[in-house]
Design a protein around this ligand. Sequence first.
Ligand SMILES: Cc1cc2nc3c(=O)[nH]c(=O)nc-3n(C[C@H](O)[C@H](O)[C@H](O)COP(=O)(O)OP(=O)(O)OC[C@H]3O[C@@H](n4cnc5c(N)ncnc54)[C@H](O)[C@@H]3O)c2cc1C
Length: 467
Amino acid sequence: MKKKENILIVGAGLCGSLLALRLGQRGYKVTVMESRPDLRKVDISVGRSINLAFSDRGIKAMNMVGLTDKVMPLCIPMRGRLVHDVQGNTFMANYSGREDEYINSISRGDLNSLLLTEAEEHEAVDIVFNKECTGIDIEENIATFHCYETKKEMQLKADVIIGTDGAGSILRKSYYLERKFLFSYSQNFLNHGYKELSIPATKTGGFRTEKNALHIWPRGNFMIIALPNLDGSFTVTLFLSYDEGEYNFNNLTTKEIVQEFFEKEFPDLVPLIPELTTEYFENPTAPLGTVKCSPWSYKNNTLLMGDAAHAIVPFYGQGMNASFEDVVVLNEVLDQYEGDWEKVFKVYEKTRKKDTDAIADLAIDNYYEMRDHVANPIFKEKRKLEIDLEKAFPETYFSKYSMVTFNEDIPYSKAMEIGRAQDKALLNLIIDDEIDTTADLQEILKKVQEETNEILDEDNVAKTMKH
Ligand SMILES: Cc1cc2nc3c(=O)[nH]c(=O)nc-3n(C[C@H](O)[C@H](O)[C@H](O)COP(=O)(O)OP(=O)(O)OC[C@H]3O[C@@H](n4cnc5c(N)ncnc54)[C@H](O)[C@@H]3O)c2cc1C
């Protein structure tokens, strides 16, 4: 088996640093080139999501590299969505009926730092900062970098180049600019962007609102969420249209209008964000989009992974988890075909693409669910029923959310197929008054399963007819 090839990874974000660590553990010689300064030495958090929801697919990846014990102390469990209405009333909607199923809030910086440090422990892993990749010759395997320190250009040649350089990937750009093969690519932006604000800790370092929840202020066409940080603060994210609705990013142009908007729509949040208008104008507004492309690789030379291959909108809290899962899947494919990179790349994409396409679509579904449906009475009834079913039948009943978030061994594509059918079944039964919510849960489960199977059968017939 050929080992110790030189691997060049472009981008030392979450995916690139985990990949470097895993390839280092597998014995490869790895160089990682990152455009930003070392985040362990310089604060570069501004404008990027400061904390993230981290769940079971991500935890599986940490298990793979033996880091779970170091990662879990960085986490704050969030057991459900704490929904805030316009009057300031709140209700908690748990993520699952099973006690041990919850998501975690984790700092992007802390997690990235840990992965970088662990990767660097391997002598064969070298991480270089302040080097921005400006182009990749995919035929010759040569990457060009601009060094921010010397202001000079430099080139690196490697046996294999892996682009983990995020949603704006330079490697992906080389694929379509060089036109060496048929490259399909789509990038769809939402009409909504996002802006981060913050709720500071109390003077004694405590939390100003419920710590163990993901807070949501759903308002139909826009929403705010807040996730807790270990220091007692919360990172608050406003999702709002650029140009639609009474208030939008384009017309919130003065401190007075911003204050008016928040007081009208989020009155209970205003006292929690003392620097509201200052932060609003200091912090950037960023777009949200979905990137799909194929193929992800060229010959045995280059491969796209993480957001570079499949950036998604953040509403399922799965982008990072999916990028970590990429490394788990690549690792499994390497177990089978190590030594034949072309085969590894092909099998990896064939195994993985349907799942990243699925989570991209599910994330868009959740965008509507979070900003609109969570406060809808039928949706609330459906969620309550699902939680009751999960509590009563912990081994049998799994909601779509649970399959996606807590069942790392169910591929995203399967979770989407079954989860969507199950959602449809539940909504049909509730809307048609075919479920008596006071009836025996065993009877309800049977009805839901029958209706779900019928829908899945119809879907399968439709698929067969298409082919
Ligand atoms: C608002 C928001 C909230 C989110 N919330 C969640 C969440 O709750 N849970 C979740 O799982 N996911 C979440 N995500 C998604 C998550 O952030 C991404 O999926 C994840 O960061 C992808 O990791 P990555 O390493 O592929 O890309 P990135 O994290 O973007 O890393 C790419 C790295 O490459 C570097 N780079 C870029 N270009 C170059 C270049 N030319 N040369 C050299 N280096 C380069 C960058 O500096 C960066 O370090 C969220 C995303 C957003 C925008």
